[in-house]
Design a protein around this ligand. Structure first.
Ligand SMILES: CC(C)=CCC/C(C)=C/COP(=O)(O)OP(=O)(O)O
Ligand SMILES: [Mg+2]
Length: 557
């Protein structure tokens, strides 16, 4: 009898099967967290209770408000001030004032005294949800097809403007080509800090950037301008530091939660990326009033990340079926059906949502939102399971099928619903949540960006690891094209999705702009975190620097 033919007693057979499954478990060898418990104790020293600082902040705020409302300022001054306030990261204090001022400017019709102001006019209005026509740039085109822009400031403004273009705006496509080339040629002649600023923008334009990070980078640039507005600058720095202090207290809270969960020891196969997850969410909701939402979203995205690693890498097919069913049931009793390590994850999920329910009730009977919050999470887990089925059964999806499911498995439809819930009244109504849960055009576009950018950055590593086929792979096979052609095609799809987002945020729209912003901001975060590499999974280098600049170091005042 060969060893294989030895008939083992049933319990030994089960043990053997388990041992072989154990041996077959995959792992990705992710690097440990760079942050660990750093934020448990880190504080930059600003406190809410410092009344002197609060007073100063309030005084400066009123002065800036006065300037934004100043009736004596002409249109171009007004636009420049609003643009600066937005870029310096303080626009959120003056939302109503900015809207009313822009309403007036929009009512005056197109504005084109020169190319620079035309760009600001277009960029600020469109960026804030107003419908404006790109025809203004046709008027400003030269006979040779170029634009009247020689200096870096105008070229940069034109370049930034083009990223708000929608499908069919040919003049902005030409302006993009023109300004990108001219700025590239000019770069060597520029000195610091403008050179770095142009360089950053060429890599990632303002419209596609993370608002907090853009503010962090713009404040020193603005400071170097001769004709800067000192009050606005002082306000921006102080506001940055105060907001940073609030963010630090939130990361302290979630670090405590994460430490208690101790996934590092209990689920060591998963990525340990709590601070990176917080940073991701900060790109979508940074305002003080979203503090509770931010904490909840950070916990949800951190758990989603562990779920993703469980489905993609560690879980066996049978276990994943159990986990999917348990999430579908969503009740503590379902815990017993799961293997030990999944119980840990499942228990954490239920607890986070249960605690959020209390928050929602405290917020004034908004607990109807809990249904949507759970449905969104179930939808994500269903899509993870669909992926696991195709991986474990060897079923190969065609590209359309792949993108339909993998846009959901990107996590963005789920997170966008949760973000909307966190916005509270008057936005998180049953109607808007029904709308969001159905993955409407803007959320689909943002999710496509998430999936496709992720695929472009990770497909090689995933294929080497033997994961399920990526979008690049599906596209190559469906259309019989090379890897390079598939990647180019996917870049084009990302471009189209951006245009769709730009189109959706324009008024007149059936939904107010704030409801649409999470989708836009999530798309931006994909460009930021996955700029050149998967900077979420591999979160040293640029990601670490960016997190430090936003969350560790305050401005010196
Ligand atoms: C937006 C969300 C939910 C973020 C959580 C972290 C996450 C799953 C990142 C993508 O990882 P990946 O590259 O392994 O993704 P996938 O497995 O879907 O390709
Ligand atoms: Mg994965």
């Amino acid at each position: 009898m060969s060893p294989a033919q030895v008939v083992l007693p049933v319990s030994a057979q089960t043990q053997k099967a388990a041992a072989s499954e154990e041996a077959n478990r995959r792992s990705a060898g992710y690097h440990p967290s760079f942050w660990g418990e750093f934020f448990l104790t880190h504080s930059s020293g600003y406190t809410k209770s410092d009344t002197k600082i609060q007073q100063k902040h309030e005084e400066l705020k009123q002065q800036v408000r006065g300037m934004i409302l100043d009736a004596a300022a002409d249109t171009s001054e007004k636009l420049e001030l609003i643009d600066a306030a937005l870029r310096l990261g303080v626009g959120y204090h003056f939302e109503a004032e900015i809207q009313s001022q822009l309403q007036k400017i929009h009512g005056q019709g197109s504005f084109h005294s020169d190319l620079y102001t035309a760009c600001i006019w277009f960029r600020v209005l469109r960026g804030q949800g107003f419908t404006v026509s790109a025809d203004v740039f046709n008027i400003m085109k030269n006979k040779d097809g170029g634009f009247e822009a020689r200096d870096a400031r105008t070229l940069l403004c034109l370049y930034e403007t083009t990223h708000l273009r929608i499908q069919g705006e040919q003049v902005l496509e030409e302006a993009l080509e023109f300004s990108r080339k001219q700025l590239g040629d000019l770069l060597a002649e520029l000195s610091s800090p403008l050179a770095e600023y142009v360089n950053n923008s060429l890599e990632l334009p303002y419209h596609k950037g993370m608002q907090r990070l853009e503010a962090r980078q713009y404040i020193p640039i603005y400071e170097s301008y001769v004709n800067k507005n000192d009050t606005l600058l002082q306000f921006a720095k102080l506001d940055f530091n105060l907001l940073q202090a609030l963010h630090q207290s939130e990361i302290r809270e979630i670090t405590r939660w994460w430490k208690d969960l101790d996934f590092k020891a209990r689920l060591p196969y998963a990525r340990d990326r709590l601070v990176e997850c917080y940073f991701w969410i900060l790109g979508v909701q940074y305002e003080p009033q979203y503090s509770i939402s931010r904490v909840f979203l950070s916990k949800v995205i951190s758990l989603a990340s562990v779920f993703d690693d469980t489905y993609d890498i560690y879980g066996t097919f049978d276990e994943l079926k159990l986990l999917t069913d348990a999430v579908e049931r969503w009740e503590p009793e379902a815990t017993d059906s799961l293997p030990g390590y999944m119980q840990i994850l499942y228990g954490a999920l239920l607890k986070v949502f249960e605690e959020y329910k209390d928050e929602l009730i405290n917020a004034g009977g908004r607990d109807y939102c809990l249904y949507y919050a759970k449905e969104a999470m179930k939808g994500l887990v269903r899509s993870y399971h669909t992926e696991a089925v195709s991986f474990h059964t060897g079923y190969v999806q065609n590209f359309e099928e792949y993108l339909d499911n993998s846009a959901v498995s990107s996590g963005y439809p789920m997170l966008t619903v949760e973000a909307l819930i966190g916005m509270g009244a008057p936005y998180a109504t049953r109607e808007s949540l029904d709308w969001a849960l159905k993955v409407p055009k803007i959320i689909k576009a943002s999710s496509d960006i998430c999936r496709l950018v992720d695929d472009l950055r990770t497909y090689k590593v995933e294929e080497e690891r033997g994961d399920a086929p990526s979008g690049v792979h599906c596209y190559m096979r469906d259309y019989n094209v090379s890897e390079e052609e598939a990647c180019t095609k996917i870049e084009e799809m990302i471009d189209l999705a951006w245009k769709a987002i730009n189109e959706e945020i324009q008024k007149p729209n059936h939904l107010p702009l704030p409801i649409l912003l999470p989708a836009l901001n999530f798309a931006r975060m994909m460009e930021v975190l996955y700029q050149n590499i998967d900077g979420y999974t591999n979160s040293g280098g640029r990601t670490k620097e960016r997190i430090s600049s936003l969350l560790v170091h305050p401005f010196t005042i």
